[in-house]
Design a protein around this ligand. Structure first.
Ligand SMILES: NC(=O)c1ccc[n+]([C@@H]2O[C@H](COP(=O)([O-])OP(=O)(O)OC[C@H]3O[C@@H](n4cnc5c(N)ncnc54)[C@H](OP(=O)(O)O)[C@@H]3O)[C@@H](O)[C@H]2O)c1
Length: 227
């Protein structure tokens, strides 16, 4: 793995991924909205930035050229199928055999066997109710994006994040196949460690065509199940 692309580079998760990727010695190409390029000032001499919407197919085609891995932040902003357009462009233009790692939340299910905590179900209901009135996000867009990824024969991984918090790294998160598994009960991961999991997944073939649900390795549920 030499050169990678990070799509959605300027967000909180994206910037942590840039730092981890540079620490791993990767050459980094980043895509972010033009108005957000200034958020990457700290990295400007160390990465190549391609400004543009992440669902712009021409931008993605240019950005992923020659990349062995692509890290994509999937966000369901607006009502223009932003996540789906982003994911489809990556699936279509990444070079054959590239490792494709996508981020999303626990609410995504691959096989319908996840058992969601009541708080998550409540939050999803509230979000759906609010966004019917003010459609600033479209939860079904991220669902559709992931459906297309799961159906693809590329070397994908969909990393499903718990609730996130800031703070110093605690180490690589632990993961499980299904939300509801005891190890995930604490439902909290440091954002910096979510980013680490995404970057480490690039070289972890055990995660190819998997949808790991992650949780911080120092959370009570992770420690309880490890013992
Ligand atoms: N927040 C959570 O608690 C949580 C929990 C589980 C999983 N996740 C997943 O983690 C990932 C990133 O989450 P995060 O909380 O760390 O967010 P984040 O890093 O702040 O990322 C937000 C991304 O959305 C982009 N964005 C913001 N407003 C936009 C708009 N109006 N149109 C288009 N793009 C826009 C940002 O780009 P700009 O820099 O250009 O604004 C940035 O790339 C997502 O895949 C999310 O599903 C989050």
């Amino acid at each position: 793995m030499k050169k990678i692309c990070i799509i959605g580079t300027s967000g909180k998760l994206g910037q942590y991924m840039v730092q981890h990727a540079l620490d791993h010695g990767y050459e980094v190409v980043g895509v972010c909205r033009e108005k957000s390029v200034s958020k990457l000032a700290a990295f400007k001499d160390r990465i190549t930035i391609i400004p543009g919407a992440t669902n712009n197919r021409d931008v993605i085609q240019q950005a992923v050229a020659g990349c062995d891995g692509v890290l994509t932040v999937l966000v369901p902003w607006g009502n223009q199928q932003y996540s789906t357009g982003t994911a489809q462009a990556v699936l279509d233009y990444a070079q054959p055999g590239a490792r494709l790692i996508f981020s999303c939340g626990w609410h995504i299910t691959r096989d319908g066997k996840d058992v969601f905590p009541p708080a998550l179900q409540r939050d999803e209901k509230i979000a759906r109710w609010i966004t019917r009135i003010v459609p600033f996000i479209d939860l079904d867009d991220q669902v559709e994006a992931c459906r297309r990824i799961f159906a693809s024969d590329t070397r994908w991984t969909v990393v499903r994040g718990s609730d996130l918090e800031e703070g110093a790294s605690q180490g690589l998160p632990v993961w499980s196949q299904h939300v509801g598994d005891a190890i995930l009960a604490s439902n909290m991961t440091r954002r910096v460690d979510y980013a680490l999991f995404m970057v480490e997944a690039l070289t972890n073939d055990a995660l190819v065509q998997q949808a790991p649900a992650i949780v911080g390795c120092q959370t009570p549920s992770a420690l309880a199940v490890k013992v």
